[in-house]
Design a protein around this ligand. Sequence first.
Ligand SMILES: Nc1ncnc2c1ncn2[C@@H]1O[C@H](COP(=O)(O)OP(=O)(O)OP(=O)(O)O)[C@@H](O)[C@H]1O
Ligand SMILES: C[C@H](N)[C@H](N)CCCCCC(=O)O
Ligand SMILES: [Mg+2]
Length: 231
Amino acid sequence: MATGFFVTGTDTGIGKTTVSCALLHAFFTQGYTTVGMKPVVSGQEDGVWQDVEYLKVASSAKLPQELINPYAFVEPIAPHIAAQQTHTRIDLSHIRQSCEKLLAAADVTIVEGVGGFMVPLSISGESGATDQQYDTSDLACELGLPIILVVGMRLGCLNHALLTAHAVVATGLPLAGWVANQIDPAMLQPAANLQTLTEWLDCPLLGVLPYQRPPDPQQLAQYLDIDRLLR
Ligand SMILES: Nc1ncnc2c1ncn2[C@@H]1O[C@H](COP(=O)(O)OP(=O)(O)OP(=O)(O)O)[C@@H](O)[C@H]1O
Ligand SMILES: C[C@H](N)[C@H](N)CCCCCC(=O)O
Ligand SMILES: [Mg+2]
């Protein structure tokens, strides 16, 4: 079995890594070998890129860093700005080739995007031609994997979730499911907001992850129903 999913989210900082790691644990528990990928990361902390380290720890297959994380930028900023400042071109075909090697090496590959679904990735060339612009949605199309949407449950998430779902559908990629990640314990009317998204998002709810400090993806995996991803 060689399958993969592209994990996007309603914003940066809403739980893509946490949910990606929980997905890796959930698939491993069901007997699959797994590997996480973070094609593009920005924001080095204490000399490491935490997202990459968390995904590596949660992966059962141990594979080369250059495949897991082709592009890493130090500053915690929009990746295309970091790429511009370091004169780096984020090459989508290079990421695809790395992803294909991971897909061949594990049963399940979980690819975590960067920020939200339409984060720019291209740097402005001399011409500044707009037809050279590409973003995270173009990366998802390049990889051709079904999308999992992580919704950080906080005021404002309804709009962000529905906009993101609309953008995913516009690419033609399948929206395999969504995960409600309860990042705000003070959110008002959480059940009503969850119900709204259950009704308005045209894809299965894969699970509701509770607020947990610090989050333990291995423990949070129990809240995910991945059987819906295997049908
Ligand atoms: N269910 C949860 N309960 C409590 N805290 C959470 C939960 N999910 C995520 N967090 C916390 O929220 C913060 C952001 O989570 P995470 O790094 O997974 O988000 P992200 O979307 O991957 O961020 P980025 O866009 O930087 O990659 C982290 O401090 C994480 O520990
Ligand atoms: C630094 C942060 N943790 C992410 N790695 C990058 C988020 C980019 C967001 C770009 C934007 O939508 O403004
Ligand atoms: Mg992350």
